[in-house]
Structures are given as structure tokens and as C-alpha cells.
Design a protein around this ligand. Structure first.
Ligand SMILES: Cc1cc2nc3c(=O)[nH]c(=O)nc-3n(C[C@H](O)[C@H](O)[C@H](O)COP(=O)(O)O)c2cc1C
Length: 335
């Protein structure tokens, strides 16, 4: 690998590194419970871009996590907020009050008002775009950058694969940086997406087993044992009762979820449960499940959210080593 290929890499993702203020245009995607001050600061200190996962945190807790992150890094980082959080406006206020410069909005297409509120407060807005038409709409609404995330990713996912989304969106969106996510396990593919016009990439699964990640040892072990085919999506068995697709490693909970759906639907059909109660019972099945697996280490009864790149996670490594590996592979591809 030559200085030449490093120069080419720097050139290819310049739009991304300029936008993020980082050395590498690699975002550590926000992961609920995992993306707290340790992992986020480690990513940013190593030259990438860490993103705090607010998840279901209260504004006070988010404030504490932001302060803890500032204590561990002077480098830029972002905060990921879920648009349907009941306290979204208070969470935005807390983030802006702490002068965090990047807000990643997830969990649905945000309103123009929400985007404006963040931008008026001095932060840049990054949004997920599941289709070209929505990417254009988000740009009209003022977003500063987009993430295109395919269905290979861990956690909540859309229906379309990363490779197809990248082809559909990258050639047509040039006004703002676009970061590609979902299924990225090696640097060669990062280089390829950059050559297709991406400004950088976002990875989640690959950072779960970072030394700095607070994930329970059982959670990390399951990742290191897991293969691509084990990272399956939650299955909906009845069109009347929608299930939000989530990609996670199969375990006792994913098997029991099918049984739960069957029981609830039987109760609905016999008139024991109304439509709304039945839907809520299905939705509540996974409540608290990610925490149970990530923090408590109950990887059989919790949700072990993981992307298909899980098969490329082999050991616990410091973030610097993971990033260095990706850069080396990306340069190898370019050389
Ligand atoms: C355990 C886990 C939790 C996640 N939690 C969130 C979240 O709270 N908010 C969010 O926007 N994305 C979440 N994601 C998605 C990541 O931010 C990232 O976009 C995704 O992991 C990228 O795909 P990859 O897993 O194939 O690398 C989560 C992913 C995982 C694996």
C-alpha cells in the first residue's frame, strides 16, 4: 500500500471528512445501549465519527451522556435521535444546549419543522433515506447529509439491500454528502462505494466487539460465533398485525416471538382480544429486549441485534485496530 493509495482515499472521501471534521469518513452508527461515551469517544479519537444513541433516554440522561463524551474527546461526534420519541423537542434542546454540532435523525422521515429547529440551533442534520424520492425531499427540507442504509444492517431495517440503494441513490445525489451503511465488514467495499460517489460509510455491527464497547461479554461472544445467515429479520405472520423488521441473531426469543404472534392472533380470532390490544401485545414483545441482551447478557431471551457482516467479526479489538484494518483494506483496493 502506497502513499499514493492513501492520497486517493483522502481525495475520494474529502467531501465526507470535510463535512464531519474527521480524518476518516467512517461513522460508527448509533447503537442503542452501546453507543455511549466510551465507544463514541473511542471512535472519534481514532479518527472516525462516533454517534451517541439516544434511544429511549430521557433528556436528563442524554445530557449526562453528552457531558461524559465531551470529557473523553475533543473531536467531533453526533447524537442520534429517534423522531417518534415523545420528548423529541426536549432532546433536541438538550443536544443544542450542549453545542453538539451533528444530529442524526432516525425512526421515520422528519418534518421540515424539526429539521429547521435543529439547523436554527446551529447543528447539522443527517437523515436516513430509504429511497431516491425521499432523499430529494429531505434535501429540499434542508438536511445537510444523508445515510443510505440497506437491509443487511443490524437493528431496524428497510426492505432494500445496500447494493441496490447505492446504485439508485449515489449517481443522483451530489448536492450533499451521502454515507452508505448496511453489511459493510471490510475496507474494500468502502473504497467501492466511494468510487460510486459516496462520501463515506457508516458501520455498526463491526464495532460491537470493540474493546471500548460496553456490550456484555455474552453479547460479544455471540457476535464472534455468529455467521451472516444467523442474522435474520423478525418475521410477521399475519398481514393484519404488522411487525417492524429488525435484524438480529436468531435465538430462543426469535423462535418464541413466532409462538407469541400465533397465540395473540388466536386470542384475537376468538374475540378474547381486540385489534388494538392484540397489536400492542405483539409490539410489546420486544420491549426492553435489546437492553436485556446488551447489558444483562441474556442473549437467549433478549434481542441480539446484528447485521449480516457479523460473520466478519472474529475478535475483541480496540477501535483503532478495527479502523486501521478498514483503511488498510480500502487502500489495498485502490492500489
Ligand atoms: C445493536 C444495534 C443497535 C442499533 N441501534 C440503533 C439506534 O438506536 N438508532 C439507529 O439509528 N440505528 C441503530 N442501529 C443501526 C446502526 O446505527 C447502523 O446504521 C447499522 O448497524 C449499520 O449496518 P451494519 O450493522 O451492517 O454495519 C443499531 C444497530 C445495531 C447492530
Amino acid at each position: 500500500m502506497t502513499a499514493e493509495s492513501r492520497k486517493e482515499l483522502d481525495q475520494l472521501w474529502k467531501k465526507g471528512t470535510d463535512f464531519l471534521g474527521t480524518e476518516y469518513a467512517i461513522l460508527g452508527g448509533a447503537m442503542s445501549w452501546l453507543s455511549e461515551s466510551n465507544l463514541v469517544s473511542a471512535l472519534s479519537n481514532a479518527g472516525g465519527f462516533g454517534v451517541i444513541a439516544c434511544g429511549s433516554m430521557t433528556p436528563d440522561l442524554l445530557s449526562t451522556v453528552i457531558e461524559e463524551t465531551y470529557a473523553k474527546t475533543k473531536k467531533p461526534f453526533g447524537v442520534n435521535l429517534i423522531t417518534m420519541h415523545p420528548d423529541i423537542e426536549a432532546l433536541i434542546d438538550v443536544t443544542l444546549a450542549h453545542k453538539v454540532k451533528y444530529v442524526v435523525l432516525a425512526g421515520g422521515i422528519p418534518t421540515s419543522d424539526l429539521i429547521k429547529r435543529i439547523k436554527d440551533g446551529g447543528a447539522k442534520v443527517i437523515c436516513f433515506s430509504p429511497a431516491l424520492i425521499l432523499a430529494k425531499k429531505l434535501i429540499r427540507s434542508g438536511v445537510d447529509a444523508l445515510i443510505v442504509e440497506g437491509s443487511e444492517a443490524g437493528g431496524h431495517i428497510g426492505p432494500v439491500s445496500t447494493s441496490v440503494l447505492a446504485q439508485e441513490i449515489l449517481p443522483y445525489i451530489t448536492d450533499v454528502p451521502v454515507f452508505v451503511a448496511g453489511g459493510i465488514g471490510r475496507g474494500e467495499v468502502i473504497a467501492s462505494y466511494l468510487q460510486m460517489g459516496a462520501s463515506g460509510c457508516q458501520l455498526g455491527t463491526l464495532f460491537v466487539c470493540a474493546e471500548e464497547s460496553i456490550a456484555h461479554e455474552n453479547f460479544k461472544k455471540m457476535f464472534m460465533r455468529g455467521n451472516a445467515r444467523d442474522a435474520i429479520t423478525s418475521v410477521q405472520i399475519d398481514p393484519r398485525f404488522p411487525v417492524i423488521p429488525v435484524r438480529a441473531l436468531k435465538n430462543a426469543a426469535s423462535v418464541e416471538f413466532m409462538e407469541t404472534q400465533r397465540n395473540v392472533i388466536n386470542k384475537f380470532q376468538s374475540g378474547e382480544l381486540g385489534m388494538v390490544e392484540a397489536q400492542l401485545e405483539i409490539e410489546h414483545y420486544w420491549a426492553g429486549a435489546l437492553r436485556r441482551a446488551v447489558i444483562d447478557g441474556d442473549t437467549e431471551n433478549g434481542s441480539v441485534m446484528a447485521g449480516q457482516s457479523v460473520g466478519m467479526v472474529k475478535k475483541v479489538q480496540p477501535v483503532t485496530e478495527i479502523l486501521d484494518g478498514l483503511i488498510e483494506q480500502a487502500m489495498g483496493q485502490l492500489a
